[in-house]
Design a protein around this ligand. Structure first.
Ligand SMILES: *[C@@H]1O[C@H](CO)[C@@H](O)[C@H](O)[C@H]1NC(C)=O
Ligand SMILES: *[C@@H]1O[C@H](CO)[C@@H](O)[C@H](O)[C@H]1NC(C)=O
Ligand SMILES: *[C@@H]1O[C@H](CO)[C@@H](O)[C@H](O)[C@H]1NC(C)=O
Length: 202
């Protein structure tokens, strides 16, 4: 291809591509029922949870726009149920989906920092690659969102941590299990171990 042709065709190609993706990637996105919110339930004090903190109990997961990119959200917590993210479990691929009132599903995305022992969880556009999500019966606390031991990420997932970190609101993190590190990383000061309990929408 000669240079002038390339210069003309590149913008056309881009236009064709962007029209195609916005028009046809999720033509009729409908979340899979049941729909639910996820609410924290703080775990008991233990050697991995030395700062168990009841301020983190009973808070709803909220997808907070990062501002930089409309596809990316921080996983934060709020006591205001009006702001709670609407979640659903996609049983086809065991992905934790979110209906953020946009034209496509959103899903959890784990950042990977094995040296740190724990890392951030984000809520990003699309179905993502975090498979193996399921609910475990926690008795009177309800059903908790976990990663199946049989899944790739489940084999290194060691639970959820909520921390007051850098967004002026409690934020969701995941810890590596002791299969990955010599021992489970204790929740740092300002952080506590939680379960994420399914609260069904009526
Ligand atoms: C559920 O997962 C399947 C398989 O990846 C996908 O085709 C479908 O669009 C997903 N549905 C929702 C509502 O996320
Ligand atoms: C909860 O969030 C809703 C929606 O943003 C807002 O209108 C309401 O004022 C909030 N309530 C409190 C108590 O902050
Ligand atoms: C995974 O295995 C561990 C250790 O055997 C167990 O404590 C945990 O409950 C299992 N998790 C799930 C989600 O089944």
């Amino acid at each position: 291809m000669k240079l002038p042709t390339l210069l003309v065709s590149l913008p056309l190609l881009f236009l064709a591509f962007s029209q195609q993706t916005s028009a046809s990637s999720y033509p009729s996105f409908t979340p899979i029922k049941p729909l639910y919110h996820l609410r924290t339930y703080t775990k008991l004090h233990s050697h991995t949870n030395p700062h168990s903190d009841h301020r983190f109990n009973g808070l709803y997961l909220h997808a907070s726009p990062t501002g930089a990119n409309p596809d990316n959200h921080y996983a934060l917590f709020t006591s205001n149920i009006s702001l709670a993210a609407i979640g659903f479990l996609n049983s086809t691929n065991s992905i934790e989906g979110f209906d953020l009132n946009k034209n496509q599903p959103y899903s959890f995305s784990f950042q990977m920092q094995p040296d740190a022992g724990w890392s951030e969880v984000d809520i990003n556009a699309g179905l993502g690659s975090l498979q193996g999500v399921e609910f475990a019966d926690m008795g009177k606390a309800g059903k908790a969102l976990v990663l199946s031991n049989a899944s790739k990420m489940g084999s290194i997932w060691g639970g959820w941590i909520v921390c007051d970190w850098w967004h002026n609101a409690p934020q969701l993190f995941w810890r590596y299990s002791d299969k990955y590190k010599p021992g489970p990383y204790p929740a740092p000061r300002g952080c506590a171990d939680v379960d994420l309990i399914q609260v069904l929408l009526s």
